[in-house]
Ligand binder design. Structure first.
Ligand SMILES: NC(=O)c1ccc[n+]([C@@H]2O[C@H](COP(=O)([O-])OP(=O)(O)OC[C@H]3O[C@@H](n4cnc5c(N)ncnc54)[C@H](O)[C@@H]3O)[C@@H](O)[C@H]2O)c1
Length: 335
């Protein structure tokens, strides 16, 4: 089996590639684990840490980095070149970028998604695709605090709009028998390593990452702000579980909101300090630096997710928050 991960150069895409290299197999249309012989990471850019993964010697699976743009139809079709394919579609501009660059967002997120679905439609054997959607598909004044798969999709951003449309297309392409699709609607995933990004939720990782690196963290939201978060390892296992779910357990609506932890900023900081103490780390200062812009955006977000429908089809229960912080330290900080 060949696996294509779009956005494979990004945070979750590269972690998914690592996990699939460890596993070596994935269940697809045959219903049994199939050995993976090739993984292609399709992305507009690659960090040196991802390039290093591809040059590691002695890997049983061929790992290829393909630098290309999702908006380039020919490049997308060229990557979808086998029938025994598994696709994880993670390439996306982030929310802040989409608000600033509407035309690019349409090209990358919407046209790119359409190219991919059309390319898969040309293949035999009903290839499976897992799409990384977002709780940004919800929004607006009538949205409940806790969102579920029955909550109306009312995105309030260009990013959320593109995600909602690709979710709907995946359900329809599956209904038509063009492919076997599944969408995971992600809450905020923590703890993203590296630098803050342009997402309005960047602080949700930063409030762990910066203090654990011994650096100050400037907090743009208030400390009793509630937020739905999920660990990166849990989301990787959720992508795999969604890929492996037998079509017989799926419903016509192929979009599943993932379960998450509803935590306040203060609760998150307490756990961060406890785990820092376990590892002998003196955390950097957390400084309140309210941003009316970020707070205003965050006020429009749901504070919890009801992932019961995803759990029923095999998506794992989220690990405790302390375990997420320990994973981050083991994977990215303490080497
Ligand atoms: N991390 C989160 O908290 C979160 C929350 C909700 C949804 N998601 C979704 O999960 C997916 C992965 O998220 P992530 O945190 O790894 O994001 P990321 O920004 O680290 O990775 C996305 C990758 O997509 C690539 N990309 C963007 N436009 C492209 C284009 N036109 N052609 C090719 N590649 C392009 C980027 O270069 C980047 O490497 C995304 O689709 C994101 O919208 C993430």
């Amino acid at each position: 089996m060949k696996v294509v991960i779009t956005g494979g150069g990004g945070f979750l895409g590269s972690q998914l590639a690592k996990r699939l290299l460890e596993r070596g197999a994935l269940t697809g249309p045959s219903g049994s684990p199939e050995p993976i012989d090739s993984i292609v990471l399709f992305d507009a850019q690659f960090a040196p840490s991802v390039e290093a993964m591809a040059t590691q010697k002695g890997q049983a699976i061929d790992l290829t980095l393909l630098t290309a743009d999702m908006g380039d139809r020919d490049a997308v079709f060229a990557a979808i070149d086998r029938d025994d394919l598994a696709v994880f579609h993670l390439a996306s501009m982030v929310s802040g970028e989409c608000e600033q660059r509407f035309d690019d967002a349409i090209r990358a997120n919407l046209d790119g998604g359409r190219h991919l679905l059309e390319a898969l439609r040309q293949r035999e054997g009903l290839p499976r695709i897992v799409f990384a959607s977002s709780v940004a598909t919800y929004g607006g004044p009538d949205m409940p605090d806790r969102v579920s798969d029955l909550t109306k999709r009312t995105p309030q951003t260009t990013y959320g709009m593109t995600k909602a449309i690709i979710e709907l297309m995946i359900s329809d392409y599956s209904r038509k028998g063009f492919l076997e699709g599944r969408s995971a609607r992600l809450p905020t995933i923590i703890i993203r390593p590296g630098k803050p990004n342009a997402a309005a939720s960047s602080w949700a990782s930063g409030m762990f990452r910066e203090p654990l690196n011994g650096e100050p963290c400037y907090l743009p939201v208030h400390r009793d702000q509630c937020h739905p978060v999920l660990g990166y390892r849990d989301v990787i296992e959720s992508f795999i579980a969604l890929h492996e779910a037998d079509p017989s357990v799926l419903e016509p609506d192929r979009a599943y909101v993932l379960p998450s932890h509803r935590i306040t900023v203060a609760e998150g900081l307490t756990v961060m300090e406890q785990v820092a103490a376990e590892f002998g780390i003196h955390p950097g200062l957390v400084i309140d630096d309210p941003s009316p812009v970020i707070q205003g955006i965050v006020d429009t977000w749901p504070t919890a997710t009801d992932g019961s429908r995803a759990l029923k089809i095999g998506v794992p229960q989220p690990k405790p928050l302390a375990e997420i912080v320990r994973d981050y330290l083991r994977d990215f900080v303490v080497t």
